[in-house]
Design a protein around this ligand. Structure first.
Ligand code: SF4
Ligand code: SF4
Length: 266
């Protein structure tokens, strides 16, 4: 890290618009979120420099630090099964930026909001991931850190399935049980997980998972229209050479996990 301290910032995207996954609407929300985070991060770094201390802004366009472990150390949230930070209120839809600096600061501590136990039993992101990149199994040691090992390659390759309709997959973010609209009953659910002793959390998590599937669906998605654009699924012919599949909805299908039924690929 270039400086002694790191100030971690999180900028929340709209839960509603992410529910249009995967679409031009969720794409726009994702990119606006990334861009919206840049200016305040620069401003904070400039402000600290004006006070006479070295400071550098790190954001999605240019960064020499990994914001996720820093945000976890700073107590912004915990690491989820899908490899992203989970914030108690905003779930995993925070765009993270960092200002590293040498101004003397008091340091925050990591938090326990129940993500460890929740992810152990939930696995909803693993079930909904179209490219099967999120593991169902236990944590393993990756680069010296114990965590759920995401298949980054298959995740990024899944972008090919967008075919110009979308570029960023946010299915796991939208599915995450921590990532919900800002309502009192969501706050209550997350509070109940957090305040239950770790060994007993499974008793709270299981009924909450059942309620989550019931209210938001096993695969959260919402039809949305915006400026004449409609995210309703379209029947598309696969344009990868050699594939004759007639995918009814490329977004929900594992890329090229086709099978033949009565001579037709589905
Ligand atoms: S971004 Fe999409 S493809 Fe990648 S892990 Fe999440 S759900 Fe899977
Ligand atoms: S969907 Fe469930 S398992 Fe996945 S990160 Fe969110 S809480 Fe954890």
């Amino acid at each position: 890290m270039p400086h002694r301290f790191a100030i971690c910032l999180g900028f929340a995207s709209s839960y509603e618009r992410y529910m249009s996954n995967n679409s031009k609407i969720s794409d726009t929300e994702y990119q606006f979120g990334n861009n919206h985070a840049i200016v305040p991060t620069f401003q904070l770094a400039s402000y600290i420099r004006e006070m006479g201390y070295p400071a550098t802004a790190h954001h999605h366009g240019r960064s020499s630090v990994n914001p996720i472990p820093l945000a976890i150390s700073a107590g912004l949230g915990e690491l989820g099964r899908h490899g992203m930070l989970i914030h108690e209120k905003y779930g995993s839809r925070l765009h993270l930026t960092v200002v590293t600096c040498d101004i003397p600061l008091s340091v925050d501590q990591p938090v326990d909001i129940g993500v460890e136990e929740f992810c152990k039993y939930c696995k909803k992101c693993a079930r909904t991931c179209p490219s099967h990149s999120i593991p169902f199994g236990d944590k393993t040691v990756v680069n010296g850190v114990e965590k759920y090992a995401i298949n980054v390659e298959s995740c990024y390759k899944y972008k090919l399935a967008g075919r110009g309709e979308w570029t960023n997959c946010v299915v796991c973010v939208s599915s995450c049980c921590y990532n919900k609209a800002d309502t009192w009953y969501h706050d209550l659910a997350m509070w109940s997980v957090k305040t239950t002793p770790a060994k007993l959390r499974v008793l709270v998590v299981k009924p909450l998972l059942w309620i989550d599937d019931l209210i938001w669906g096993k695969r959260p998605w919402k039809r949305m229209k915006w400026l004449g654009y409609d995210n309703a699924p379209k029947t598309m012919s696969c344009n990868i050479p050699g594939c004759n599949a007639k995918h009814t909805n490329l977004q929900d299908k594992r890329l090229h996990a086709t099978k033949t039924v009565q001579g037709d690929a589905v």
